[in-house]
Design a protein around this ligand. Structure first.
Ligand SMILES: [Ca+2]
Ligand SMILES: [Ca+2]
Ligand SMILES: [Ca+2]
Ligand SMILES: [Ca+2]
Length: 182
């Protein structure tokens, strides 16, 4: 069973997926996520990047629905989502098998200039993509820039991503990875 703290973090991911806030994740939510990123990154709808991103996200959705939709109603409820994360972030091996594979594909989308670091601008775009405000991005950037050198390197970003999913340390700033966690 996930601890209450980790459930709180997983709930933040669920809220990201549930774009229309009706309490379940369904195909229309996935289109909504793609629209948000499309807008943030200025991709024309139907452009190559847009099509690639949508295909990737729909593949992710198919995987999620296959694994998490226990009652087969083509929707993923919060309880189903928790139960799925109970398996996928159970331990390091599970994380590596189920969650890690998204990272190498996702990072280059965020790192728009391809220098393997996230500038404040690049980070803010990602954060807004998760429907956070500019003020949230400004607050989160220094928390996730662990060595305070003004950039979030790929390694720092990965460490935050890993600890967001795995850490039980309620004081660790990685809990703010997808949004400021209150
Ligand atoms: Ca929904
Ligand atoms: Ca279901
Ligand atoms: Ca960059
Ligand atoms: Ca740094």
């Amino acid at each position: 069973m996930l601890s209450e703290f980790r459930k709180k973090k997983v709930k933040r991911i669920f809220e990201f997926y549930d774009v229309n806030r009706n309490g379940v994740i369904e195909t229309s939510d996935i289109d909504g996520i793609c629209d948000t990123f499309c807008h943030e990154y200025g991709w024309a709808k139907g452009s190559e990047t847009d099509v690639t991103f949508r295909a990737g996200f729909h593949a992710l959705w198919s995987g999620l629905i296959t694994a998490a939709d226990v009652n087969k109603d083509n929707k993923v409820s919060l309880e189903e989502f928790y139960a799925n994360y109970d398996v996928t972030i159970k331990d390091y091996e599970a994380f590596h098998q189920y969650i890690y594979p998204f990272f190498p594909g996702f990072f280059p989308v965020l790192d728009t200039d391809g220098d393997h670091d996230l500038s404040f601008e690049e980070f803010s775009r990602f954060y807004r993509g998760f429907r956070n405000t500019d003020a949230d991005a400004t607050a989160a950037f220094p928390l996730l820039d662990f060595d305070s050198n003004g950039i979030i390197t790929r390694d720092e970003f990965f460490l935050a991503f890993y600890l967001f999913h795995m850490s039980e340390d309620e004081a660790h700033p990685s809990k703010h990875f997808f949004g400021i966690l209150k």
